[in-house]
Design a protein around this ligand. Sequence first.
Ligand SMILES: *Cc1c(COP(=O)(O)O)cnc(C)c1O
Length: 419
Amino acid sequence: MTFHNTLSFAQQLDSEDTLAHFRSEFYIPQKNGKPIIYLCGNSLGLQPKNVKAAIEQELKDWAELGVEGHFAGKNPWMYYHHFLTEQAAGVVGAKPSEVVIMNNLTANLHLMMVSFYRPTKTRYKIIMEGNAFPSDQYAMETQARFHGFNPDDAIIELKPREGEYTLRTEDIIDKINAHKDELAIVMMGGVNYYTGQAYDMQTITKIAHEAGANVGFDCAHAAGNLYLQLHNWNVDFAVWCTYKYLNSGPGGTSGVFVHERHGNNPELIRFAGWWGHDEQERFQMKKGFKPMQGAAGWQLSNAQIFPMAIHKASLELFAQAGMNKLRAKSEMLTGYLEFILSEYSEHLTVITPRKPAERGCQLSIIVKENGKKLFDYLEANGIMPDWREPDVIRMSPVPMYNTFEEVFRIGEILKNYFA
Ligand SMILES: *Cc1c(COP(=O)(O)O)cnc(C)c1O
């Protein structure tokens, strides 16, 4: 598609956008009485309007039923995770039995590492992306220590080539193959939070499996953003949070994917709790852990109803819109932002890969001079991107509620700034 830097062109795209009505399902933060151009869906997605009623339903059941809400509530709390799995599975390309919603992201990452990082004296290395999100770095560092290894030795970080910002798939493959006799696991992001690069999860999984390693992805920046096919790609496990692209509120709950070939193996080592125990027997309070089938067998605690109620409401919008359609719009929307930014290429560099298949919504921008000053100017002018140390401005137009006209307006504000 040929883009044009005109208001009428942007408005034309909005009028042809079959998902445009979803914007009215969200609260858009305001500044001076006008909606902000919100570009932080990669950090905290906006609040869907249907969330309030979803929470009120659970408050009502609690008020009226007390403990009986576990069985007599409108959405009985005892079975609450079941009400989310089908739609969550649709978002990440999994079978419902392969997905469970529980806990928070980093806690789930550790739980998955318990099962999938089973190092031996000779096969104990972890490959991860350098400059990963700090929580993932700390998780891998302490996992290595937990098993008695020195993280500096056990963790192999993937680094871009000199003068480049992002990783080449061929280099990832070479690194996996170079360490294939000592590699226990590849644990990477699906999309890097800093550069916005989307990794080729299917290829990485295939190569890592051939090398005899397990593969897990932290899909915090990929879930609700990319068109994921975790089951077909044969990924061993994945984890994601729900408060970024999935709009499920600050500190919201998290998702876990465990491929069915592992999920139905009760012998697989795990850290267990009563909510992962066979549902038929859960309240018999018997000795001896018998896991539920599938990802549900990793649950520890009784469901966190309020964050999960938010997520359930939000997932309804994803089911209505369809991840494939959201992704198609996203490619256009981010493509349009890239086009608008390219008018200022003498002042700024987009470090996110140019190919749509290698990125999601987000573009990461390095400004040649004083990026922080531009960031402050954007904020003062009704745009909300975010700033990541040391020098990146992240902008994520999301297909659920951002518009082409907003992207056009970003260009107008940049024009004033660089004039
Ligand atoms: C956002 C994010 C986190 C945050 O973890 P929480 O446990 O939800 O606080 C961790 N890892 C990655 C890759 C992230 O993008």
